[in-house]
Design a protein. Structure first.
Length: 320
């Protein structure tokens, strides 16, 4: 079972032509536990269960989705951990309430706004939620209160829309909240200034549409997103991107048969078994391969093995 109870911070240093990597454990002691163990103490001594996505603010606070406990925990800039959303019960009424008194269905992905006022998170079932860091109130931000999965609502209020397994989130600097509507095989967006929802990319399961309108493209489930301000990158069965201005979708990496190496291979020829988490900076885009237990980077159409696996190992290699 590939569930870890230790969150590891992957620090990437990129001086000149060579790379140095360092791993540091910042949260968790390796023991799973039910909700809230260690609250009020050092994060490195806390117990956590099924940590998922994280987001950090400009003040140095780190927010973690603790999936199986259905809570969000916070690690302050001083290293103290606390629970801020959820009571550890995986159910939800979909109503607004004090965050520490509200039962939510789950927590999958999280992102905050640039002002540090609100956190947005997905429950992986019916809703996107908004948590006010100022008032401590959590409320449904997108998804029909009827708690029925489906597709609908484009062009109208997000609170009336039907979603199907919302997961990965990304909030742009101009206030557009993108999220993966996994069960509907699409990426949708909400203008946070108006609350209006629309489809941004995807129309069906499959693989098609490169170099055309993203809204006509097909792809399997896409549950991880990141943007450099020019493109929105996402992982499905490979790494793809959509130009934010033109709406054109294109492939970035994957779909080939060649195993990644530290020296690098053409990104389009790379074998990526199950790409998941994605992040980037001015140097490269980084992604994980869940099945092969790899961290990969893509820069200038070259894909490199950064961490994990056996360099040059044959596709089909599994980690233990």
């Amino acid at each position: 079972m590939k569930t870890t109870t230790i969150i590891t911070l992957f620090l990437i240093f990129l001086p000149f032509a060579r790379c140095r990597y360092s791993l540091k454990t910042i949260i968790g002691n390796g023991s799973p536990v039910i909700t809230g163990s260690g609250d009020g103490g050092p994060a490195s001594e806390a117990k956590i269960l099924s940590p998922k996505r994280m987001w950090s603010d400009t003040l140095g606070n780190l927010y973690i989705c603790e999936g199986r406990n259905a809570v969000i925990r916070k690690v302050s800039d001083t290293g103290i951990i606390s629970t801020i959303v959820g009571i550890g019960s995986s159910d939800s009424s979909g109503s607004a309430d004090v965050a520490l008194s509200t039962s939510i269905s789950g927590v999958h992905s999280i992102y905050g706004d640039s002002n540090g006022d609100n956190l947005y998170f997905s429950d992986g079932l019916y809703f996107l939620w908004k948590y006010s860091l100022t008032t401590g109130i959590v409320s449904v931000y997108a998804g029909a209160i009827s708690r029925t999965v489906g597709f609908g609502g484009d062009g109208g209020p997000a609170t009336l829309a039907h979603l199907n397994t919302p997961m990965g989130l990304f909030l742009s600097s101009v206030g557009i909240l993108y999220f993966a509507d996994v069960g509907n095989h699409c990426i949708r967006k909400i203008d946070t200034s108006t609350g209006i929802i629309n489809t941004f990319a995807g129309s069906n399961n499959g693989f098609s549409g490169d170099n055309g309108p993203a809204t006509s493209a097909s792809f399997p489930k896409s549950n991880h997103l990141w943007s450099d301000g020019v493109h929105l990158y996402f992982t499905s069965n490979r790494l793809r991107k959509v130009h934010l201005s033109t709406g054109i979708i294109s492939a970035v990496a994957g779909g080939g048969t060649v195993a990644p190496t530290p020296e690098g291979i053409a990104a389009s020829s790379a074998w990526i078994s199950q790409p998941q988490a994605i992040w980037g900076n001015s140097y490269a885009v980084y992604l994980s391969d869940y099945n092969f237990c790899l961290i990969l980077s893509v820069r200038n159409d070259i894909l490199r093995l950064v961490l994990g696996g056996t360099p040059g190992g044959a596709p089909g290699m599994w980690c233990t």
